[in-house]
Design a protein around this ligand. Structure first.
Ligand code: GDP
Ligand code: MN
Length: 381
């Protein structure tokens, strides 16, 4: 689970990491009022879980409450890089003398946490590691020992002298967040040294381990302010597992394993999946109808692939579900259906007899994926 910047900063503050004073605003008027509270100037930052806000117009330095209101009005009126925006963070303006970088992340290749500090901030850290490795310091943290003062000195001694101790304290705070809140990533890009000598976390990226949410109820509650994707909401209401992706083929399958392999086969056919939906073990006609409605309501979908392997699920009922769904929703796109397993022949016969112009039967999974990919490419063109 990724936190929003303002949530990450609240968590940082609770662990003693200094952050700019900030107020969350859900309306242009609130952004104006917040700017007045902060002394008449502010930074207005769009709250989305995607990077590159600085370059993309998602961060505005406002010199007056008026400017903050105008910036917030624009940000709140349109999605940012496809992500819905319901809030902006209005922060005090600070005088930056230098931008730095600090992060701790789980390094899966070693199974330990990796602390990183860079003497440059606001930059792409992977790029920096490639081009100027001497500007970056890395240390794997032994979980039995943690981050001790000598580790912190080693990590920070490439920074300007006046920033070292303060960044060391911030790293210790970040390690607290990681360990106590079950985070797998805490990243501050940029961490800034101010002209008055303070060091502040100007940005916050925090990822919490989903497997630990059961013991982090306060963090799970932060989800309540996440904007709800209406399609995802409908799927959840109907008890279906739905995941949104950014390709063009909508995928419906039964069982996680089959759905995953369907994703792979579609990918191999040269097109990405727009989303996928697992109708689960007992795919009823009703569940199939709702699934198709959900998948088709995603405007990115250019073709649909229904891939069902009948076990307990009976393919004849799935076929009836598909036909029922097509009475409820007028499909914009073609639907490739591959049925195999229990009552598959019966299912195929039902579809054939119906002769629906939008249904494209396919005999094998590979053929089905290729047909769906072709149709998506044709539809996208
Ligand atoms: P990101 O691009 O989405 O990662 O957004 P960041 O929160 O990292 O901000 C991007 C850039 O905006 C920073 O690197 C700063 O240069 C600038 N910025 C953000 N807040 C302030 C501020 O209070 N004062 C000034 N002068 N610049 C800021
Ligand atoms: Mn950043």
């Amino acid at each position: 689970m990724d936190l929003y910047e303002h949530q990450g900063k609240e968590l940082f503050a609770r662990h003693g990491i200094p952050v700019p004073r900030g107020i969350v605003a859900e309306s242009p008027e609130a952004a104006r009022a917040a700017t007045e509270t902060l002394g008449g100037a502010s930074v207005v930052k769009v709250q989305v879980q995607v990077g590159g806000r600085g370059k993309g117009g998602g961060i505005v330095l406002a010199d007056t409450p008026d400017e903050a209101e105008t910036a917030a009005a624009r940000m709140l009126s349109e999605p940012f890089k496809g992500h819905p925006v319901t809030r902006v963070l209005v922060e005090e303006r600070v005088q930056i003398s230098r931008e730095l970088y600090a992060a701790i992340t789980l390094d899966r290749s070693t199974g330990t946490d990796l602390a990183m500090v860079a003497s440059e901030g606001g930059v792409d850290i992977e790029e920096l590691a490639r081009t100027r490795p001497e500007a970056l310091r890395r240390l794997h943290v032994d979980p039995e020992i943690g981050l001790r003062p000598y580790h912190l000195r080693g990590l920070t001694n490439l920074l300007p002298g006046e920033a070292r101790d303060l960044v060391g304290e911030i790293l210790a705070g970040l390690y607290d967040v990681l360990a106590q809140e079950d985070a797998t990533l805490v990243e501050v890009n940029p961490l800034v040294l101010l002209e008055d000598g303070r060091v502040l976390a100007l940005d916050a990226k925090v990822t919490i381990d989903d497997n630990a949410l059961f013991r982090q109820p306060e963090i799970e509650m932060l989800k309540s302010v996440f904007p709800i994707d209406p399609v995802e909401f409908r799927a959840r209401e109907a008890g279906l597992q739905y995941v949104k992706l950014d390709g063009e083929v909508g995928i419906i399958g039964n069982g996680a394993g089959l759905v995953m392999s369907t994703l792979d086969v579609v990918q191999q056919a040269g097109v990405g999946a727009a989303n996928f939906l697992d109708v689960g073990g007992g795919a009823s006609a009703e569940a199939m109808a709702t699934s198709l409605e959900v998948i088709l309501s995603d405007p990115n979908v250019k073709s649909v692939l229904v891939n069902i392997f009948g076990g307990i699920t009976r393919c004849d009922l799935v076929a009836e579900g598909v036909l029922e769904a097509l009475q409820r929703v007028e499909p914009r796109v073609r639907i490739v259906v591959r049925l195999d397993g229990t009552n598959a022949e019966e299912g195929r016969r039902i579809l054939e007899e119906a002769g629906h112009p939008k249904i494209v039967p396919a005999a094998t999974m590979l053929e089905a994926a290729q047909r769906a990919a072709e149709l998506a490419k044709a539809g996208a063109a």
